[in-house]
Design a protein around this ligand. Structure first.
Ligand SMILES: *Cc1c(COP(=O)(O)O)cnc(C)c1O
Length: 466
């Protein structure tokens, strides 16, 4: 717009009807519906009218039908543009909480959608025609793959911890080490959760050392739980001692106090052979004798957001009778996704391939290097120089602090402008690309790419070149 452009007066404002029947507006009305366009056009004309009355300058060219149609299109786009969009995670952080934690198995999603689009026997027993329990979709499978006597699910692991505490220890004492006063993120802080669950927290030991005798001595007639919390997102190193679950179980049995483990990440399979030693598996903890274990559905398990509770049947039955249970219950879509993710675990040979989180963890270092090399070759053809470098990937999602997986990353030093500006162009791509910035360079880790995303990543990087 130049300064010489003619200024519009109120008389130049088009009438709503004329606008709607004009050529530039016809495709908008077709695509987005008449009532939305009327509403938006009315609001836009009102803004313009007020602007002009208050002496604001509006050029005649801004009032053309094409210009006004364009403005309306932008107003509606701002409303409907996806905030949530498809993402390529090249950060190398497998469980990235801000990027939605675990990507779901495609097979599980397909099966779940097929079930959830129709009516289902969510709470009905086909053989009797009577009311039944929605837990039956998943509890048999959870018991099978964890070896637990009983299982139930709620909406997330924070809810699982809350309902366990409230059920077993309302108004009573819970013994917990000072090393386990964790904050997981947001408002999840163990002492606050205890207070909300109406429990009396009995803190024992110190930040770095808590001995079996500390638990033993803290038990009174009012004690209803020994709680162990996995220090998911930090590590205490150096002069330390944590009481092993075996010892807690022994004390709990002898003194008749249930032992509960808030595990968080919750892997079903052993991760030791992938170099991850700080994540005990759920079956291992169940075998060791924890009375209850709870963990997230969308961390290492690789399913939907959920809180999975496994352990003694009498305790699970009590949890399900708590009034909170109804407030925390999962919907049919979550249950269907859980059910079909659980089924993948029945085939342990293939689960490393079918569950994306496990696939990313178990990916062979050589496979990653080959992938990095092939991406670099393809980028070179598109005029982008990428160097290969040894680096590490992280599990993330508040799990396995300090434990990293070896990987080969692509390092791009020049993509035009500052690294921050280039990273923003990549984020604004469709699909949106997330990488790391290290030493003023963009760093892409192929470990967290899903199948078929290599080409999309190459295209996105080439498109972001400036
Ligand atoms: C992640 C985590 C939680 C919270 O689980 P959500 O599924 O995010 O609600 C609770 N406790 C521990 C130890 C965790 O790691």
């Amino acid at each position: 717009m130049t300064k010489q452009a003619p200024t519009a007066s109120l008389r130049d404002l088009p009438k709503l009807d004329a606008l709607l029947s004009s050529t530039p507006f016809a495709p908008l009305v077709d695509r987005l519906g008449r009532s939305l366009i009327i509403e938006e056009a009315r609001a836009m004309l009102e803004v313009l009218r007020n602007d002009m009355r208050e002496g604001g300058h509006v050029f005649q060219s801004e009032l053309s039908e094409a210009a006004l149609a364009g403005q309306i299109e932008r107003r509606i786009a701002a409303l409907t543009d996806p905030v949530q969009c498809r993402v390529i995670n090249a950060t190398g952080v497998i469980l990235h909480t801000s990027l939605g934690r675990a990507p779901l198995s495609e097979a599980a999603v397909k099966a779940a959608v097929a079930e959830a689009t129709g009516y289902s026997c969510l709470e009905l027993d086909r053989s009797t025609g009577k009311r039944s329990d929605r837990d039956k979709l998943v509890n048999g499978l959870i018991e099978r793959i964890t070896g637990a006597e009983a299982a139930t699910v709620v909406n997330n692991n924070a809810a699982a911890t809350m309902i366990i505490l409230n059920t077993l220890a309302e108004g009573k004492e819970v013994v917990c080490s000072r090393a386990h006063m964790v904050e997981i993120g947001g408002s999840y802080r163990m002492p606050d959760v205890m207070r909300k669950a109406a429990c009396k927290l009995v803190e024992i030991g110190t930040t770095n050392k808590t001995k079996a005798a500390d638990y033993e001595e803290a038990i009174t007639d009012e004690t209803t739980m020994l709680l162990k919390v996995h220090t998911s997102n930090y590590a205490i190193v150096g002069f330390t001692h944590e009481t092993a679950l075996e010892e807690l179980v022994e004390i709990g049995r002898r003194r008749n106090v249930p032992v509960v483990y808030d595990l968080g990440a919750g892997s079903i399979i052993e991760l030791k052979k992938y170099g991850i030693t700080s994540e005990p598996s759920v079956p291992e903890l169940v075998r060791t004798g924890a009375d209850l274990v709870c963990f997230s559905g969308d961390k290492l398990f690789g399913g939907p957001q959920a809180g999975i509770i496994v352990g003694r049947k009498d305790l699970v039955d009590r949890i399900k009778k708590n009034a909170y249970f109804r407030m925390m219950r999962c919907d049919k879509m979550t249950l269907a996704l859980l059910e079909h993710t659980l089924k993948l675990y029945l085939d342990p040979e293939n689960v490393l391939q079918t569950v994306p989180t496990l696939r990313a963890i178990s990916r062979d270092a050589e496979e990653i290097k080959r992938k990095a090399r092939s991406i670099a070759t393809r980028l070179k053809k598109r005029g982008v120089e990428a160097e290969l470098q040894d680096s590490t990937s992280q599990i993330g999602g508040g799990s396995t602090p300090g434990e990293e997986l070896p990987t080969t990353v692509l390092v791009i030093r020049k993509l035009g402008g500052s690294p921050d500006a280039a990273a923003k162009r990549l984020r604004m791509n469709t699909p949106s690309v997330f990488c790391r910035i290290e030493n003023d360079a963009l760093v892409f880790d192929p470990r967290t790419l899903l199948d078929g995303q290599d080409t999309e990543l190459v295209d996105a990087i080439a498109a972001a070149k400036n």
